[in-house]
Design a protein around this ligand. Structure first.
Ligand code: HAM
Length: 399
C-alpha cells in the first residue's frame, strides 16, 4: 500500500464542507475591503524565492530540477509570486492595487498539529500606498477576515522592524542570525550570541513596548497608525519583538494569534516589505499579509464553532409510486440553493430516515401520495422528531 507523503492531508467530505464554507466567508471579507482575487502558478523559478526570503526559507523550500534542468520550487508563500506578476503586468495601473489570493503552499517543515508540508494561505498584497491609514486598513482587513469567520479569541500584535533594527544597531547586535533567533523566540541562544549585557538591554526594550520612549521618526508614524486602528475597531498591542521569518520586511509588521492553538498559534503574519526593485520593478510601497487557512479552521474547531448551520441541507425520501414527484421536489429545492440529497437507492422511508440520521442531515422531506394530493409534503425535523405537512415554499422558510 502507498500512503500519502509526510505532512500532507486528505480531506473528507465533512472537512471539505467546512473548508469551502470558510473559504467563501473569507473571500467575502476581502472583497468587502475592495480586494480583487488573482492567482499565480503552484511552482516558480527557485530564484524568485531565494532572492530575498532568507536562509530559513531556502532550507524549507521544495526545490527540484525539471527535465530540462531548470531549477524550480513549489511556492512556500505567495508574496514573491504576486510581486513578480505585478512587475510583469500591473506597474502602469492606477494605485492603490489591492490583490487577494487563496492557494496551497509547500514548506519542508517538521510536521505537527497545525504545521504541514502542504498548507493553504489566504492573503493579500496592497501596492501603492504607505500612508498610515493604508497600513491601518490592511491590519483591519486581516483582523476582520479572522473575526468575521467566527473566531472569538484573536490576539493582534503590531511591531516595527525599522525600530527593532535601529535598536539592535545601537547595541551592536544586529545580524540575520539574531533576527532569526528573535523570530523563533530562542531566548537562550540569543543570550549566548548577544552577550549578557546586550541581552539585558534587549529584554528591557521588548518588555517596555513603549512607543513614547522612542525618539526615532518611525515611532511617530507608528503612533499615528495605531491611533487609526482604534477607529477601525481593532484591539491590538505593541510588540517590538516581532522579527518575522522572511527577510523582505521593512517598517510595520504584525502577527495575529489564536492563543488556544499552543505552539503553532500564529494565524496571520504580514507587514510592509520591499521586493519590487529586486525583481526589476520601479520602487513602490508594498504591504500585505497571509492567514494560515488550516490553522484558522483548527482554531474555530477548538472554540467549538457550530458548523452545522453553514448551509441548509435536506434529504428527500418518497413513498412507493412517488419517485417522479420526489424528483420535482428535489429540483425545486436545489433551484433555491438548498443542498438536497434524494434517495437514489430505492430505500424504504424507515431506512431513508436511518440514513439521514447517520449523515447528520437535520431535515427530511417525505413525499407521500395523500399529502401530495393536497399540495403538501411531510417535513420531519430529525433532531426533535417533529413532523408537519407543509407546501414546498414553506419548507424553504422552515429549514
Ligand atoms: P508567514 O508568516 O510565513 O508569512 O505565513 C503566514 C501564515 O501561514 C502563518 O502565520 C501560518 O498561519 C501559516 N503557515 C505558515 N507555515 C505553515 C505550515 N507549515 N503549516 C500550516 N500553516 C502555516 C508569509 O508567508 C508572508 N508571505 C505573508 C505576507 C504577505 N507578508 C506580506 N504579504
Amino acid at each position: 500500500m502507498i500512503s500519502r507523503p509526510r505532512g500532507t492531508r486528505d480531506f473528507t467530505p465533512e472537512e471539505m464542507r467546512r473548508r469551502r464554507w470558510l473559504e467563501s466567508r473569507m473571500r467575502e471579507v476581502f472583497e468587502s475591503y475592495g480586494y480583487e482575487e488573482i492567482a499565480t502558478p503552484t511552482f516558480e523559478h527557485l530564484d524568485l524565492f531565494t532572492l530575498k526570503s532568507g536562509e530559513g526559507v531556502i532550507d524549507e523550500t521544495y526545490a527540484f530540477e525539471d527535465k530540462s534542468g531548470r531549477k524550480l520550487a513549489l511556492r512556500p508563500e505567495l508574496t514573491a509570486p504576486v510581486m513578480r506578476f505585478y512587475v510583469e503586468r500591473f506597474q502602469m495601473e492606477t494605485k492603490p492595487l489591492k490583490f487577494y489570493y487563496f492557494g496551497n503552499c509547500f514548506r519542508y517543515d517538521r510536521p505537527q498539529k497545525g504545521r504541514y508540508r502542504e498548507f493553504w494561505q489566504f492573503g493579500c498584497e496592497m501596492i501603492g500606498s504607505d500612508r498610515p491609514e493604508a497600513i491601518a486598513e490592511l491590519i483591519s482587513t486581516a483582523y476582520s477576515v479572522l473575526r468575521q469567520s467566527g473566531l472569538k479569541s484573536i490576539v493582534v500584535r503590531v511591531g516595527n522592524l525599522d525600530i527593532l533594527r535601529r535598536f539592535l544597531d545601537g547595541i551592536g547586535a544586529r545580524d540575520a542570525e539574531i533576527m532569526r533567533l528573535i523570530d523563533k523566540k530562542e531566548f537562550g541562544e540569543l543570550e549566548r550570541r548577544m552577550g549578557e549585557e546586550e541581552y539585558g538591554k534587549f529584554m528591557d526594550f521588548i518588555a517596555s513596548n513603549n512607543l513614547d520612549a522612542i525618539e526615532f521618526e518611525e515611532a511617530e508614524r507608528m503612533r499615528e497608525i495605531v491611533s487609526y486602528l482604534e477607529d477601525f475597531g481593532v484591539p491590538y498591542s505593541i510588540d517590538l519583538s516581532i522579527a518575522r521569518g522572511l527577510d523582505y520586511y521593512v517598517g510595520v509588521v504584525f502577527e495575529m494569534d489564536a492563543p488556544r492553538l499552543g505552539a503553532e498559534k500564529q494565524l496571520c503574519g504580514g507587514g510592509e516589505y520591499n521586493i519590487v526593485p529586486l525583481l526589476g520593478g520601479r520602487k513602490i510601497p508594498t504591504s500585505g499579509f497571509a492567514i494560515g487557512f488550516d490553522r484558522t479552521l483548527l482554531a474555530l474547531e477548538m472554540e467549538g464553532f457550530d458548523f452545522s448551520e453553514e448551509r441548509r441541507r435536506v434529504y428527500v425520501a418518497y413513498m412507493e409510486g412517488m419517485l417522479r414527484e420526489a424528483i420535482k421536489v428535489a429540483r425545486k429545492l436545489r433551484g433555491e440553493g438548498i443542498i438536497t440529497e434524494m434517495d437514489i437507492m430505492g430505500r424504504s422511508i424507515r431506512k431513508s430516515l436511518d440514513y439521514a440520521n447517520k449523515k447528520g442531515i437535520k431535515n427530511v422531506v417525505i413525499v407521500a401520495p395523500d399529502e401530495w394530493k393536497e399540495g403538501k409534503i411531510v417535513l420531519k425535523n430529525m433532531e426533535t422528531g417533529e413532523q408537519e405537512n407543509v407546501s414546498i415554499e414553506e419548507v424553504m422558510e422552515k429549514i
